[in-house]
Design a protein around this ligand. Structure first.
Ligand code: PLP
Length: 342
């Protein structure tokens, strides 16, 4: 296959226009049949629901080349289900799961020369999203919606090895109790921008958000779930209704139990016990796991036993196993790898 002339290993995480994107419109209570289009711009009413009241939800997944040269996506059915949950929470119509998976496949296929080669570490990032497009001025759900999928090639998350990061306990909340923390909505990100810019200005890589009700329990970062490893090699992940259910975290939990024979507990995790863990990682599609070396709580440094030089051994094993499954080097559980017919 012809690849685009791109320096894959030096790509960063930024938007780059590709050939085609998918568009479907919801009007008069039904989705039209949808199509791939070349136009990368959107024209809408100045009063569109998305512009006035942020009625928009999204997903993120990637397409990549496996060791044996297949182009695949990872568990797109779970992205479809999560978009459905997000849409329902914001009073938006559901885009059917089979059509979601088909739209993602069509976009990847139409942009296959942008799918990086195996071993480059780069991927084709896929962004499905939906938004209220008809005019809304009195607060209410829009009448009409648009569902789109575009793709953009992105570089390897870790250039030159996964170095542990330093995060701070944020003074801001990312979610409210009984709010929208558990759905993938743009509004959760708009309100996190000030917190992340503040953290970066102070020299931290990320924020650790606490539970908004009591501010004693660990929730997640702006875009990744926590996974902890105890000193006796057990996995602990925070349980909370305001955490976004990461597909990567759910997959890592399965891998820990079924491939590595590790004990996994999902339970509330208190900030006061974080220093007792040996390893800490952040789980999300982009990095799979980024190791956390240090957590700073208002000047008090909590240093993970795994240190600041490399991923801890259990985190590394989880990372190697899941990326091995994704890349086709290790047998995948049924239904995890979705091959794209190009
Ligand atoms: C998308 C997202 C994640 C990671 O989810 P994955 O499905 O693993 O990519 C975690 N937290 C938040 C807030 C997110 O938006």
């Amino acid at each position: 296959m012809e690849h685009k002339d791109i320096d894959w290993s030096n790509l960063d995480f930024s938007y780059r226009k590709t050939n085609k994107r998918y568009v479907a419109n919801y009007k008069n209570g039904a989705w039209d049949e949808g199509a791939l289009v070349e136009d990368d711009t959107i024209t809408m009413s100045e009063c569109a629901g998305v512009l006035q009241y942020a009625q928009t939800v999204f997903e993120g997944l990637k397409a990549y080349t496996t060791e044996d040269g297949r182009i695949v996506t990872f568990r797109p059915d779970l992205n479809a289900e999560r978009l459905e949950a997000s849409a329902k929470r914001l009073e938006m119509p559901v885009f059917p799961k089979d059509r979601f998976i088909e739209a993602v496949s069509e976009v990847v296929s139409a942009n296959k020369e942008f799918v990086p080669p195996y071993g480059s570490g780069a991927t084709l990032y896929i962004r499905p999203y939906m938004f209220g497009i008809s005019p809304v001025i009195g607060v209410s759900p829009a009448e009409d919606y648009q569902f789109r999928v575009f793709s953009t090639p992105v570089g390897p998350y870790f250039k030159g090895g996964a170095k542990p990061i330093t995060i701070k306990v944020s003074d801001f909340d990312r979610a409210a109790p009984c709010g929208t923390g558990n759905i993938k909505a743009g509004l959760n990100y708009a309100m996190s921008l000030h917190a992340i810019v503040t953290a970066h200005n102070e020299g931290y890589d990320e924020n650790m958000y606490l539970d908004p009700g009591t501010r004693t329990k660990v929730e997640e970062t702006g875009g990744a779930n926590f996974l902890f490893v105890t000193k006796d090699n057990k996995i602990v992940t925070p349980k909370s209704d305001s955490i976004l259910p990461s597909i990567t975290r759910r997959s890592l939990v399965y891998v820990a139990k079924e491939y590595l024979g590790l004990e996994v507990t999902e339970r509330p995790v208190y900030l006061s016990e974080v220093g007792d863990f040996a390893e800490c990682g952040l789980c999300g599609t982009a990095a799979v796991i980024s190791p956390v070396g240090k957590i700073v709580d208002h000047g008090k440094e909590i240093c993970m036993a795994s240190g600041m030089e490399a991923m801890g051994p259990v985190t590394k094993k989880l990372y190697d196993t899941l990326t091995g499954i994704q890349m086709g080097r290790i047998d995948a559980p049924e239904g995890w790898i979705h091959e794209i017919e190009c």
